[in-house]
Design a protein around this ligand. Structure first.
Ligand SMILES: Nc1ncnc2c1ncn2[C@@H]1O[C@H](COP(=O)(O)OP(=O)(O)OP(=O)(O)O)[C@@H](O)[C@H]1O
Ligand SMILES: N[C@@H](CCO)C(=O)O
Length: 357
């Protein structure tokens, strides 16, 4: 039996960037790191001992350390089970260090899902393609923006392929069937196999990113779950609002790749009428922050938006970072919201898996 050590790194992400709701994502310089050791699978199967998980950093007080409850290890087990390995390998020990705050719109759950997919692939030595890894991630996190940017890195646009009726049914099963929370009783096999993802669910393209653009993340000190922030959105939109967003998104995806970036073009192109106006009820101060920080009041600013489902605000800028952050902080303070802020870079490399020699 041989043992192996590996390190998995997954970046934070910001989804939407204004008008690109559920479509575009940007990977950012905060990292979820898994340091893993385990014994390689052998045939016949080894005895199954429960994985040991330790955890430091963001979310350490709330994250479950039981491998059947923890999002990352549940996703890893899903990948293993779909590929003929019904349990974790022996002697599995995982230390997680997380820099991505939970429930702030910086893609913490997307990163945890991608870490799980990469972990399952690495433990099983399956060498799944990027496209197949994405299929597994999309069975868990069902919009592609965060997970695609976390997996491949950079500034990314993605769509979900229209699936056949059978494939749609396969991809729409309840999450509890994909990720059961309980292992089988000792000595017993799993009941039904989990539903394998249909092939080629997600498709993406990477846009250029002007290297001088940084992202100032202004992070309110409260959590807002993505589920709650999606519940406030309408089911239908007017043609006027859809055209408003489509016009801006078409311009934005190229404008953010041009050097030097044009603030006049980008500031307007980062406006949105599909999700931000509805989320203001959940984020005190949101409309005031978005309207008070502009390229004319803050030289260096290019555009400002809600990051993902919020409550973090993302300001894209080439300079004047501190002035932007302090103004947003002041406005939030007036609304009774404390914030932290950080200047982040856009990470083009995406996720990585590195094996120790
Ligand atoms: N590293 C992690 N390990 C285990 N669970 C995690 C991890 N990171 C996030 N989660 C789970 O995901 C939840 C947050 O997900 P949610 O989708 O609400 O917000 P987000 O992903 O941070 O924001 P957004 O999707 O808007 O970018 C956490 O409360 C936790 O349950
Ligand atoms: N596009 C998603 C991102 C959050 O995960 C939303 O805004 O709800």
């Amino acid at each position: 039996m041989t043992s192996r050590k590996l390190t998995i790194k997954v970046p934070a992400t910001s989804a939407n960037i204004g008008p690109g709701f559920d479509v575009v994502g940007l990977s950012l310089s905060l990292t979820l790191t898994l340091t893993v050791s385990h014994t390689r699978f052998t045939s016949p199967p080894q005895s199954v001992d429960p994985p040991k998980i330790s955890y430091s950093g963001e979310g350490a007080e709330e994250v479950p350390l039981d491998a059947y409850k923890n999002l990352t290890t549940r996703v890893a087990l899903y990948v293993l089970r779909c590929n003929g390995r019904p349990h974790f390998p022996s002697d599995l020990a995982i230390h997680v260090h997380n820099e991505i705050p939970f429930g702030r719109g910086l893609g913490s759950s997307g990163a945890a899902v991608i870490a799980g997919v990469l972990l399952g692939d690495a433990l099983g030595e399956f060498q799944l393609s990027t496209s197949r890894l994405l299929d597994f991630a999309l069975m868990v996190e069902r919009h592609p923006d965060n997970v695609t940017a976390a997996l491949v890195g950079g500034f990314v646009g993605s769509y979900l392929r229209e699936l056949s009726r059978e494939a749609t049914e396969a991809a729409s099963v309840p999450l509890a069937e994909v990720l059961p929370e309980y292992p089988p009783d000792a000595g017993e096999a799993w009941g039904q196999d989990p539903p394998s993802p249909p092939e080629g669910i997600g498709h993406y393209v990477r846009f250029n990113w002007a290297p001088e653009i940084r992202a100032v993340a202004i992070i309110p000190q409260f959590e807002l779950s993505t589920a709650k922030a999606r519940d406030v959105l309408p089911l239908a939109y007017t043609r006027k609002d859809l055209v408003f967003n489509l016009q801006r998104l078409a311009v934005l995806t190229t404008a953010l790749g041009q050097s030097p970036p044009d603030p006049d073009l980008i500031y307007e192109a980062m406006k949105d009428r599909v999700h931000q106006p509805y989320r203001k009820t959940l984020i005190p101060g949101l409309p005031e922050v978005l309207s008070s920080v502009t390229p004319s009041s803050h030289p260096g600013l290019l555009g400002i938006c809600l990051s993902g489902a919020g409550p973090t605000i993302l300001a894209l800028a080439t300079g004047g970072f501190e002035a932007i952050a302090l103004s947003a902080k002041e406005v939030f303070k007036g609304a009774g919201v404390e914030v932290k802020w950080q200047v982040l870079t856009v990470e083009s490399g995406g996720s990585s898996v590195v094996y120790d020699e």
